[in-house]
Design a protein around this ligand. Structure first.
Ligand SMILES: NC(=O)C1=CN([C@@H]2O[C@H](COP(=O)(O)OP(=O)(O)OC[C@H]3O[C@@H](n4cnc5c(N)ncnc54)[C@H](OP(=O)(O)O)[C@@H]3O)[C@@H](O)[C@H]2O)C=CC1
Ligand SMILES: CCCCCC(=O)O
Length: 457
C-alpha cells in the first residue's frame, strides 16, 4: 500500500506519512456522501449548512498559526504568506455563510408563458482534485460554496500535502459538518477516474496543470459530468511609460516571488514600455537578487524553497533550455547551493518566439522580460499565449488601463495592482487556463441545477 509523505522542502525531512485509501474505503466514502446528498442535510434548509461555515471560519481563525505552520513546513510557503492564505480561507467561509442564501434565492424570469423563475439546487456528489500551492485555499474554494449549496465533496489533494489535506477534513467535521460533506481521500489518479465514472458522482472541479486538467476533463466528458478547470497561466505584468515605476517594481517583485513564484496568477511575463524598460529592469533586478533565501518559518526569509525536488529540477531544466535557445540571463539562473529545493530569483530577456520558453509558464521565481514600443504591441504580445488566466496593467491613466484590460484575452485583469483574489470576486480563465469560475456568486452556481419553473398563466 503506497503512503502519502509530508516532506519539508526546506530541509528534505520526512515529517509524517499517511496510508492510501483502498477500494473499500473509497466505496464507503462514496456511499456515505451519496446518502448525505439524498438526505435533508443537502436538500433541506440552507441555514444549518451556513452555520457550519460560520463555525468553520471561527475555527480557522482560532487555529491560524498552527495551520499556517503546517502548510509552510509541508510545501515551503513563507510563514507570513501561509498566515495570509489561512486568513482568506476564513474569509471565503464567512462570505458564503453570509451571502449564499441571498445568492441562491429563486430568480424571477418575466415571461409570456406565465410566472417563471429559476431555482438553485445541489446536483450531487462532486470530486475535487486540488494542487499543493495553496493547500487550504484551493480546498476552501470548492468546499464553501458546495457545502452552502448542499453538494457533498470527495477530495483528492496533491500527494505532497497530506497533512494539510488531513487537517482540513478534520476542521470541517469539527465545525459540525456531517460525515460525507467533505471527505479527503489519499487515492491514485486511476481511483479518481473510477469515481468520476460512477453514476453517483455528478461533477469534478480541478485546479492544477494542463496535463491533469486534460486527463480529468476527458474522463468527465466521457461520462457526461460537469467540470471546472483552473489551470496554469502565463500572466502579463504590463508597465506603461506613465506608470508609477517604484510601485510597479515593488509589486512586480512580490508578484513574481510570492509563494516562490508558484502561483498560477503570478506575474510571469513582464511587458515594459521602451521608455521605462531600462530603469524598471535595473530596479527589478536589484530587488530580486537581494531576496533572502532560507527557512520559510524564519520571518527574515523573503524567498522560500520550491515545493519539491521535482519542481526545482523541472525549473532548472526549463531555464537552462531557455538560455540554450538564446535567452539572456540578467540575474540568477541556478538552483541555490545547499539542502532544500531552493532556486535563485531569475530574470530572462531576449526570449524570441522560436525559443520554447516564449510560450512556457515558469512556475518558480523566474521572470520573462519583454520590451515594447506602444500599447498595441503590449496587447499583441500579451495575447500571444496559449493561456488566459489573469494579468495586470500599470498606468496613471485609468482610461488607458481600462482599454488594455478589455483587450487582454484573460479571465481577470488588475489595473495598478498585482493579481489578487477575494471571496466576492470570480476567479478563472480562458484558453488553456481552463474554464468555469470559482468564488463569488458565479462559483456557487457552477455545480447547481439552475432549474426553471413556470406556472402557466
Ligand atoms: N490554476 C492553479 O491555481 C494552479 C495550477 N497549477 C499548474 O500545475 C503545474 C504544476 O503543478 P503540479 O503539482 O504538477 O500540478 P498537477 O496538475 O500535477 O497536480 C494538481 C492535482 O492534480 C492531480 N493530478 C495530476 N494528474 C492527474 C490525473 N491524471 N488524474 C487525476 N488527478 C491528477 C495531482 O495529484 P498528485 O499530486 O497526486 O499528482 C494534484 O492533486 C504548474 O505549472 C501550474 O501550471 C499548479 C497549482 C495551482
Ligand atoms: C492568492 C492567489 C491565488 C492563486 C490561485 C493559484 O495559483 O492556484
Amino acid at each position: 500500500m503506497s503512503s502519502y509523505q509530508s516532506i519539508n522542502p526546506a530541509n528534505n525531512e520526512l515529517m509524517k506519512s499517511w496510508p492510501s485509501h483502498d477500494e473499500s474505503a473509497v466505496s464507503h466514502a462514496l456511499d456515505v456522501a451519496d446518502r448525505l446528498f439524498h438526505s435533508s442535510w443537502s436538500k433541506g434548509e440552507i441555514q444549518p449548512r451556513l452555520q457550519v461555515l460560520k463555525k468553520l471560519a471561527d475555527l480557522i481563525d482560532s487555529r491560524a498559526e498552527e495551520l499556517a505552520t503546517i502548510a509552510s513546513k509541508e510545501m515551503g510557503k513563507l510563514i507570513g504568506q501561509s498566515r495570509g492564505e489561512v486568513k482568506i480561507c476564513s474569509q471565503i467561509a464567512r462570505y458564503y455563510a453570509e451571502h449564499a442564501e441571498r445568492i441562491l434565492q429563486p430568480q424571477a424570469y418575466p415571461s409570456e408563458l406565465g410566472e417563471a423563475w429559476v431555482e438553485y439546487h445541489p446536483i450531487g456528489v462532486l470530486v475535487a482534485v486540488e494542487p499543493w500551492n495553496f493547500p487550504y485555499y484551493q480546498l476552501m474554494r470548492v468546499l464553501a460554496p458546495n457545502l452552502a449549496l448542499g453538494n457533498p465533496v470527495l477530495a483528492k489533494h496533491a500527494n505532497i500535502v497530506p497533512h494539510c489535506a488531513d487537517v482540513f477534513e478534520k476542521l470541517v467535521r469539527e465545525a459540525g459538518a456531517p460525515e460525507g460533506a467533505w471527505t479527503n481521500l489519499f487515492i491514485s489518479n486511476e481511483q479518481v477516474a473510477d469515481l468520476i465514472a460512477d453514476d453517483r458522482v455528478q461533477g469534478v472541479a480541478l485546479t492544477g496543470s494542463e496535463r491533469a486538467g486534460s486527463a480529468v476533463a476527458e474522463q468527465a466528458g466521457k461520462y457526461l459530468k460537469k467540470s471546472t478547470l483552473e489551470l496554469g497561466g502565463n500572466d502579463v505584468f504590463v508597465v506603461l511609460d506613465d506608470a508609477d515605476l517604484d510601485e510597479a517594481v515593488r509589486q512586480g517583485v512580490q508578484a513574481r516571488l510570492s509563494n516562490c513564484g508558484q502561483v498560477c496568477t503570478a506575474a510571469k511575463r513582464f511587458i515594459l514600455h521602451e521608455k521605462i524598460a531600462d530603469r524598471f529592469i535595473s530596479q527589478f533586478s536589484a530587488a530580486l537578487s537581494s531576496a533572502t533565501l532560507g527557512d520559510p518559518l524564519d520571518e527574515k526569509t523573503t524567498l522560500g524553497p520550491l515545493s519539491s525536488a521535482d519542481a526545482r529540477d523541472r525549473l532548472v531544466k526549463q531555464v537552462d533550455e531557455a538560455v540554450a535557445n538564446g535567452a539572456t540571463l540578467v540575474t540568477g539562473g541556478k538552483a541555490a547551493e545547499g539542502a532544500g529545493c531552493f532556486y535563485q530569483p531569475t530574470i530572462l530577456t531576449g526570449i524570441t518566439p522560436n525559443n520554447p520558453a516564449y510560450y512556457q509558464e515558469f512556475f518558480g521565481p523566474v521572470a520573462q522580460v519583454y520590451v515594447v514600443g506602444d500599447d498595441n504591441a503590449a496587447v499583441a504580445l500579451a495575447n500571444d499565449s496559449h493561456y488566459g488566466l489573469g494579468g495586470s496593467v500599470w498606468t496613471r491613466d485609468t482610461a488607458r488601463g481600462r482599454k488594455l484590460a478589455s483587450a487582454i484575452e484573460t479571465g481577470m485583469v488588475f489595473i495598478n495592482s498585482q493579481s489578487d483574489t477575494s471571496a466576492e470576486l470570480p476567479f478563472g480563465g480562458v484558453k488553456r487556463s481552463g474554464y468555469g469560475r470559482e468564488l463569488s456568486d458565479l462559483g456557487i452556481k457552477e455545480f447547481a441545477n439552475q432549474k426553471l419553473v413556470v406556472v402557466a398563466g
